[in-house]
Design a protein around this ligand. Structure first.
Ligand code: GUN
Ligand code: FE
Length: 454
């Protein structure tokens, strides 16, 4: 009966539904050689004692200590890996100016593979240390460096979904940073897809190529059409930015006489495996199209506070049945932590509900029923991300990957305020969500492999 590769004993938190967290108190988690959870066993289950007797003295048995808990690893649906090099800076001007003043000059440096190597090694290890087990990355326009990012994910054990960015519009991008022309952009994307599919054959946790038009303003219609065709040909993921700011949303209305959602759909870019960042200005018709296509929204609440000119109505979009996950949007969002982004998602939703202008009467100030809870924000960072990617990740349940972060609430340098041995586990969960810091993340596992320890 020693068929499992690993068994973990401990208390875990996992989303049961968008609003409810399942508390798995003292469960056994039985992991197979593929790194999948084969079964989870409650203490009252008949097999519990037998499994304990069989495994508890073996090297592959892991028992959490007092004050330690498992959470699913976080799924960051929107990271600009090259922008890690400017995180925490350059947040003083609006999106259009930010791209041209800071971001395109930085991203152009990734033609240099040595520079790319340094930054990409750091961003992947930093995200793992922050509990992010799966990340959906924008790289840059450079094919070679983008392939290297996927290899680094594979080597460090992170589940990486990586896109070579396409910016083929000859007038809307600077000469020093764009694809040579549309044909070259499409050829490089196809070669990139094939290279990553080859890499995936030897990568346990999975790496995936992502068709990545930066956003409509960066691309020609021909380029967007060609990318839609490549996504269909290879059945790949697609990512882009959608209706992010007044300027970006308005640009697409001027060029296409419709909103981003319908324009992207015309190019074949709204697919089940598509994830669109931001989406602040989606109207109800756009949202219905997303729901019908199975396209997901990636909510980036820290970044939105700087660049999106608005707070996205997450509660409303969730009620409309759109899949939604969470993203850091490094470096529009300065933080590599999805803990920070869950907190900001709750805070921003509260500000949307109450409104922010004290000169207005209370009844006119906000948008009723906009708030989300920390449970809902946790769902976005875990199960919602898994559903957005159509992958068995983000929940601690049978037939999901063993992707977890082990949280220690008892560290002397980052002790959470838990004073009773029998503290309500709902409160423990909320304290972790609001107060945990990277130091509290003692171990990170992806697909049954330990990829980070501190
Ligand atoms: N729109 C186009 N490119 C970007 C980017 O790099 N970051 C953000 N936040 N929005 C974008
Ligand atoms: Fe972005």
């Amino acid at each position: 009966m020693t068929k499992y590769s690993q068994i973990f004993l401990g208390t875990a938190f996992s989303s049961k539904s968008p609003k409810e967290v399942h508390i798995l108190k003292d469960y056994l988690f039985c992991i197979n050689s593929d790194g999948m959870i084969e079964q989870i066993v409650a203490p009252e289950n008949n097999d519990y004692q037998t499994l304990l007797d069989t495994y508890q003295h073996q090297a592959n048995f892991h028992r959490l200590a007092e004050g330690q808990y498992f959470l699913p690893g976080f799924i960051d649906l929107h990271v600009h890996a090259p922008q890690w090099a400017q995180s925490g800076t350059a947040l003083d001007i609006p999106l259009y100016d930010w791209l041209n003043t800071y971001t395109f000059p930085l991203e152009s440096k990734f033609a240099n593979l040595d520079f790319a190597e340094n930054v990409y090694q750091d961003v992947v290890s930093t995200l793992l240390a922050n509990g992010t087990t799966t990340a959906l990355y924008f790289a840059t326009v450079h094919k070679e460096a983008s392939i290297r990012l996927a290899e680094i994910c594979a080597e460090q054990g992170q589940r990486g979904l990586v896109g070579k960015v396409v910016m083929d519009h000859p007038e809307n991008n600077p000469d020093y940073y764009r694809d040579k022309d549309t044909a070259a952009a499409l050829a490089d994307t196809e070669e990139f897809i094939l290279a990553i599919q080859e890499l995936a054959r030897t990568t346990k946790q999975g790496v995936y190529p992502v068709v990545t038009p930066r956003f409509i303003p960066s691309c020609t219609d021909e380029g967007l059409q060609g990318l839609g065709a490549l996504a269909a040909k290879y059945d790949t993921y697609v990512q882009s930015h959608c209706s992010e700011s007044d300027w970006a949303h308005g640009y697409v209305q001027d060029r296409h006489n419709k909103n981003d959602a319908f324009a992207l759909n015309d190019f074949g870019l709204l697919r089940e495996k598509s994830v669109m960042a931001h989406c602040n200005f989606l109207n109800d018709e756009d949202a219905d199209l997303f729901a019908e296509k199975g396209t997901a929204i990636c909510h980036c609440p820290v970044s939105n506070s700087y660049f999106a000119n608005s707070v996205i109505p997450i509660a409303h979009l969730q009620a409309k049945g759109v899949e939604i996950g969470l993203g850091s949007d490094i470096s529009g969002g300065f933080s590599p932590s999805l803990f920070d982004n869950t907190r900001q998602a709750v805070i921003s939703s509260r500000m949307l509900e109450d409104g922010v202008n004290p000169a207005l009467p209370a009844a006119e100030r906000g948008v009723p029923n906009s708030r989300i809870t920390i449970n809902e924000a946790f769902y976005l960072a875990t199960a919602g991300g898994g559903e957005s990617l159509s992958l068995p990740i983000g929940r601690l349940e049978a037939n999901y990957a063993w992707d977890v972060q082990m949280i220690d609430t008892t560290l002397a340098t980052a002790k959470l305020p838990i004073y009773q041995a029998d503290e309500d586990l709902n409160d423990v969960f909320q304290k972790i969500m609001y107060l945990a810091r990277p130091e509290n993340i003692r171990e990170v596992w992806v697909q049954g492999e330990k990829v980070h320890t501190r």
